[in-house]
Ligand binder design. Structure first.
Ligand code: ZN
Ligand code: ZN
Length: 364
């Protein structure tokens, strides 16, 4: 079974033939159809997010169930599925209070399977799977909870993007209590997540959607997804520009980039009573300089959002419906396709700040 393996940070991934165990109880083997090339994989490659090595990256994918282990009831061979990089356990505290997206058991077991072991091996060495998926591989063995069946009309590439960026971006808006028709929204960062934040704002009927980025071509691209105004933060102070455009700031400001100054700017860009949402992952240990008096006197809210803020599976279902009804545009985001062997090129494109998103298509 061929997979792209990261052996060392700041080195390219290597294509290897790995040994794969069959699915254990409650697990399934999936033939990967498509896997997205996402900034969160890159954070692991550069060492700003930490995973045990060697690891197969790829946490945004869709594919077909090939084989099921004992006791599997959610899916059967032949089912086409979106894969969730959080396989929620259903019985930890966060699962019980309705936040399966931040399942504690999933966090504790990390890049191993639920029993603490791995299904991949390179000779004598165990190989981990990012998000229990590790989708830069021809086949993956994952917990059955990772799978959300999808209709045949949804291409694997689209399903893959729903598996991370679309859910993260659109979900951060549509699942927020602050999202109402008529609000003004500022989106910092117009990468894969940022474009989906923009689409989410359009879905809830935002009156004004202000896109902020340092690249003019990304800003131009964001109009396609619903941006009404654009600001190049390399040329002007984005907070001042937002206040100038709106008079007193925006109702919601979302940081899809993940940076201390950007997040602090998102809070300052709010009008009184507004909500800032932190979505983009910053390097481990990063802190942001928030103006406390402004927070209190302006009664502002700052909230984190992970994987769409609620059950990823619930958001997947809504997004599949929106996609099939033409209410969100995922196809236009797909600007580059790669083979598994070209996976490192996909990350060069992210580093170069290219438009849209790249996807690895596997042979059918
Ligand atoms: Zn991702
Ligand atoms: Zn749980």
């Amino acid at each position: 079974m061929k997979a792209a393996v990261l052996f060392e940070t700041n080195h390219p991934m290597e294509i290897r033939d790995l040994a794969q165990d069959p699915p254990k109880s409650g697990e399934v083997r999936v033939k990967v159809g498509a896997a997205g090339v996402c900034a969160s994989d890159r954070h692991v490659m550069t060492g700003s997010s930490i995973l045990p090595l060697p690891v197969v990256l790829g946490h945004e994918a869709a594919g077909t169930v090939e084989e099921v282990g004992e006791g599997v009831t959610h899916v059967k061979p032949g089912d086409r599925c979106i894969l969730s990089f959080v396989s929620n356990c259903g019985h930890c505290r966060t699962c019980r209070i309705g936040l399966p997206n931040i399942c504690e058991t999933n966090l504790e077991t990390g890049a191993s399977q639920y029993d603490g072991t791995t299904r991949l091996h390179d000779g004598d060495s165990d190989v981990y799977q990012m998000g229990k998926l590790g989708a830069f591989a021809e086949y993956i063995v994952v917990p059955q909870q990772a799978c959300q069946p999808i209709p045949d009309e949804v291409p694997f590439s689209v399903g893959a993007l729903i598996g991370c960026r679309v859910t993260t971006g659109v979900g951060a808006v549509i699942n927020s209590p602050a999202a109402r028709p008529g609000i003004s929204v500022a989106v910092f960062g117009c990468g894969g997540v940022g474009l989906n934040v923009i689409q989410g704002a359009r879905l809830v009927g935002a009156s004004r959607i202000i896109a902020v980025d340092i690249y003019d071509h990304k800003l131009e691209f964001s109009y396609k997804f619903g941006a009404t105004d654009i600001i190049n933060s390399r040329e002007v102070d984005p907070v001042e520009a937002i206040k100038e455009l709106t008079g007193d700031g925006v109702d919601m400001a979302l940081d899809s980039f993940g940076n201390a100054d950007v997040l602090a700017g998102a809070v300052r860009a709010l009008r009184r009573g507004g909500t800032a949402v932190s979505i983009g992952l910053a390097p481990v240990g990063a802190t942001a300089p928030i103006d406390i008096v402004d927070m209190i006197r302006g009664q502002k809210t700052l909230v984190g959002s992970y994987y769409g803020s609620v059950s990823p599976h619930e958001t997947f279902k809504k997004l599949v419906d929106y996609y099939l009804k033409g209410r969100i545009d995922i196809d236009s985001m797909l600007t580059r396709t790669y083979t598994l062997e070209q996976v490192n090129e996909g990350f060069d494109a992210i580093a170069a700040g290219e438009d849209g998103v790249g996807i690895i298509n596997f042979d059918s």
